[in-house]
Design a binder for this molecule. Sequence first.
Ligand code: 5RP
Length: 260
Amino acid sequence: MEWGMKNRFSRIMNAQSGRCVMLAVDHGYFQGPTTGLENLGKTVEPLLPFADALMITRGALRNWIPAEMNKPIVLRVSGGQSILKELSNEIITTSIEDAIRINASAITCSVYVGGEHEKQTIQNLAELVNQGEAYGIPVLAVTAVGKEMVRDARYLGLACRMCVEVGAHMVKTYYCQDFQKVVEACGNVPVVIAGGKKIEEKAALEMAYNALQDGAAGVDMGRNVFQSDNPVGMMKAVKAVVHEKASVSEALKIYKSSAK
Ligand code: 5RP
């Protein structure tokens, strides 16, 4: 990696554990005011001290996040579709100049393998990688899964490997059975997991724990943190699993004992 790319990357990945806890709050880019993110700034503020990086759009950043905050930004630079229409119809919405202006530590878009607009989303990723390589900005590829796709190691392995081959510097995907095969398919490219829809806190922590055992480099969680009845407790618990090698029961104790 070139120096600038390496430097930005190291802002996201914790140097000691080689892992990362990313907080995803970019949901509004296709699903509007998502539960828990109506007042995004209020939700994010108490969580930020426990996150290594924030995944967010430029609009949300400029509206709700003070520029003085000092966490690396993983900037969602794609959009164009809504939950009302075909989800794979995604375009790049943000110029590389604006990402640089924002001081993004990484840029991100989704790839819909098997989706109606599969090729368009791969082109989006390819374009971002070309720009990222030119300016030293790592690219996180998100493997978005259409309703009809099965979230198994075969499909997610295919989608993740395609992102790696196009040049993504990090991949975000869903946890599944035989997840180690998905990680293996990505070679040296770090894989982080999304949390997906809100589930019981214990199940979400188990998922994070198991993903790490299977070789994930961390999490990029959203709803399972900010839709929890104790978001700060959940954020601390996830952080303990990722960085402090906490067991699920230790992490649950942290979640339960943290002040709301
Ligand atoms: C959508 C995204 C979201 O940021 C992310 O997947 C949401 O995180 P979570 O599933 O944990 O709420 O990338 O494609």
